[in-house]
Design a protein around this ligand. Structure first.
Ligand code: PLP
Length: 393
């Protein structure tokens, strides 16, 4: 029994309700009933880190000083590897000492950045739908979230001219993410340029999440915010090794860009954590230096799964364009239902877990997200079960 005087801080109770909770209950119940669940709910890659990364970690384990506290700001080797990777990948120069900061996964940095910059009542603009951390992090910091509604009519892109003048004037930060989770949308460099010039005019900090930097198909290369002239004056960009290198459990990411913005986050973090285990930094450095063949394999895997599922879904009435990037499909739900009901119905009737679109904000209502984290035979099983249960668009 919890004593009634044990009350959570308002910053926790002010969080929007977590749509995943009900889904989790039903998942547990289905498991108890012995149902063979196929979980396409989370964006959790199903593979292992590349063998050279594992080898580097094993070797790093025998370096005695790696067993002590790591440097707060990350090892110099890892920061230099990040800076070299940026130069190679985007032709963007970064000072490894001031413009690069390793993180305990990008989720940690994305949410702590808000704690470093947001005062209670400050306005933070976050697209809807969005990766939940982009609005939950600022909400914990006491932000007033302005949801910027994205629509299929606008290809799920941001149109800064839709932001009311009064909101733009008081906004402190704009979070955004392309290639986008959950919509799979990709954005042209022109959209980034418009956002940068808008942000400079209104003096809004830009936080771009480039989690799917490398999960793109057919030669498409996602844009880095920092490739836009002047972006480094006002913005930072977050990266993760979780998706590119199947390293979600290792907890490693980094933020790059404006040195003042990064310094604030670093100052906050020196009060909260000691940075990443040096062994993980050594492994992550190896990952960034791998030949492209490893990434090509990962891209091929998600491309094949996506195309396979799209083909099968066509027979069930869905007409989807193959995404140019990410590891998801974004499906409209049938007209007579909504995101939550459809996801629950699919789980109860077929044992397949999908994420209701409204888990990403109200702008995701009417859609569900499928993660491509099962192999094609397993995805064939999904299609068979949906067909048998009459799940169609
Ligand atoms: C998966 C994901 C992350 C999480 O990254 P971690 O480094 O594992 O914390 C961040 N942003 C987006 C958009 C993601 O999809």
């Amino acid at each position: 029994m919890t004593s009634s005087w044990i009350r959570r801080a308002e910053r926790l109770s002010s969080l929007p309700p977590y749509v995943f909770a009900r889904l989790d209950e039903l998942k547990a119940k289905a498991r108890e009933q012995g149902i063979d669940l196929i979980d396409l709910g989370m964006g959790n890659p199903d593979g292992m880190a590349p063998p050279p990364v594992i080898q580097a970690a094993i070797e790093a384990l025998s370096v005695p000083h790696y067993h002590g506290y790591p440097p707060f700001e990350g090892t110099s080797d890892f920061r230099q590897a990040i800076s070299q990777w940026y130069q190679r990948r985007y032709q963007v120069h970064l000072n490894p000492d001031t413009e690069v900061l390793p993180l305990l996964g990008s989720k940690e940095g994305l949410s702590h950045l808000a704690l470093a910059y947001v005062n209670p009542g400050d306005t933070v603009i976050v697209p809807s739908p969005a990766y939940p951390v982009h609005y939950r992090g600022p909400a914990i910091a006491g932000a007033h979230i302005y949801p910027l509604k994205l629509t299929p009519a606008n290809d799920w892109l941001i149109d800064v001219s839709q932001i009311p003048e009064a909101v733009a004037r008081r906004a402190k930060i704009l979070y955004f993410n392309y290639p986008n989770n959950p919509t799979t949308a990709t954005a042209p460099p022109e959209m980034f340029a418009e956002i940068v010039s808008w942000a400079k005019h209104y003096q809004v900090m830009l936080v771009h999440d480039l989690a799917y930097a490398e999960i793109a198909f057919d030669g498409y290369q996602p844009t880095s915010l920092l490739q836009i002239p002047g972006a480094k004056d006002i913005g930072v960009e977050f990266h993760t090794l979780s998706k590119t290198y199947n390293m979600a459990g290792w907890r490693v990411g980094f933020v790059v860009g404006n040195s003042d913005i990064i310094q604030g986050l670093r100052t906050l973090k020196t009060n909260l954590d000691y940075g990443l285990f040096s062994v993980i930094q050594a492994a992550a450095q190896t990952a960034l230096q791998l030949p492209d063949s490893y990434i090509l394999e990962t891209r091929q895997k998600y491309k094949e799964r996506g195309e396979f599922l799209i083909q099968g879904l066509k027979k069930l009435g869905w007409n989807l364009q193959p995404p140019r990037a990410t590891m998801y499909l974004w499906l409209p739900v049938p007209r007579n239902t909504n995101s939550t009901d459809f996801a629950l119905q699919v789980l109860q009737k077929t044992g397949v877990v999908v994420t209701p679109g409204n888990a990403f904000g109200e702008g995701g209502e009417g859609y569900v997200r499928l993660s491509l984290i099962a192999d094609c035979p397993r995805l064939a099983e999904v299609l068979q079960r949906w067909e048998n249960a009459g799940i169609r668009y």
